[in-house]
Design a protein around this ligand. Structure first.
Ligand SMILES: C[S@@+](CC[C@H](N)C(=O)[O-])C[C@H]1O[C@@H](n2cnc3c(N)ncnc32)[C@H](O)[C@@H]1O
Length: 255
């Protein structure tokens, strides 16, 4: 099937590791199949994967261009309804067996996955499932070339500490978007630490783990005050942000 997309959604479609991980997770799903929601459906690719499993699929997209593409791409499927709306303003009326929500970004800071799921979760049946299931966030101290917040798109950095799994967000749970944690870094290389790198790994279901990929949660580099570090030092850094409210909410402080 040929998909009509915006240029952003085309880049998402070209990310075969991301698309195959969602395809396999949807293909593995074998619970009840009355109703699925695809929240932030973009070009409609995940609704297309859901189409032969569910009696009804409600696909919601805020962006009018992407909505136009999804409506066109999915017009031959009688069981899919595509709606142009902000999920946060959408009045759900029916409980679903499955919610698919790919509004992910590194540590869930920049997109509204948390707010959207906190709003939609009431419309998931008690035995319902969410794809993806969870996200795990990992942090490391780095020396980075660019001293501002940026995603890993080729700028140089050097890793100076062992990875710390500092949080796991489970999507079936109610999630507090305000995140704050003191993270202890175990230095494994002498150098000048001037940043933290966050990497997010997505757990789609009990078998499938994905990312980061270039279009799916690329590592996020965040500046901290410069600090000389030596191998075996323990460095404590406070990390704060509000999930879904953007990278401007990120704050760091060396303790
Ligand atoms: C990362 S893209 C994923 C698109 C598609 N699900 C896919 O996997 O290719 C996230 C999509 O969610 C949409 N989105 C973001 N916030 C939204 C909201 N509050 N309500 C509805 N759609 C939203 C964006 O416009 C974008 O198309």
């Amino acid at each position: 099937m040929k998909f009509q997309t915006t240029s952003y959604h085309f880049d998402l479609l070209k990310d075969t590791e991301r698309v195959s991980a969602f395809f396999e997770a949807i293909d593995d799903y074998s619970n009840k199949t009355d109703l699925a929601y695809d929240l932030g459906c973009g070009s409609g690719v995940l609704s297309y994967f859901l189409s032969n499993k569910f009696d009804e699929i409600i696909s919601i997209e805020i962006d009018s261009k992407a909505y136009g593409c999804a409506s066109n791409n999915l017009k031959s499927f009688d069981n899919i309804e595509v709606i142009n709306s902000d999920v946060l303003k959408y009045e759900f009326t029916k409980k679903a067996d499955l919610i698919v929500c790919e509004m992910l970004d590194t540590a869930l800071i920049d997109e509204e996955e948390v707010q959207v799921l906190n709003h939609a979760r009431k419309f998931l049946k008690d035995d319902g499932e969410i794809i993806p299931k969870a996200i795990v966030n990992i942090a490391q101290l780095v020396n980075m070339e660019r001293h501002y917040i940026h995603w890993d798109e080729g700028a140089k950095y050097e890793i100076l500490s062992v990875p710390v799994n500092y949080s796991k967000i489970i999507f079936k749970d109610e999630i507090n978007p305000d995140f704050e944690k003191d993270i202890k870094f175990n230095v494994n290389k002498d150098g000048i630490a001037n940043g933290i790198m966050i990497t997010s790994v997505t757990i789609l279901n009990d078998e499938i783990v994905c990312g980061p990929t270039p279009m799916f949660n690329p590592p996020l580099l965040i500046p901290i005050d410069e600090l000389d570090v030596k191998c075996n030092d323990l460095i404590n850094v406070k990390l704060k942000y509000i999930m879904g409210q953007g990278i401007e909410t990120i704050e760091t402080r060396i303790l």
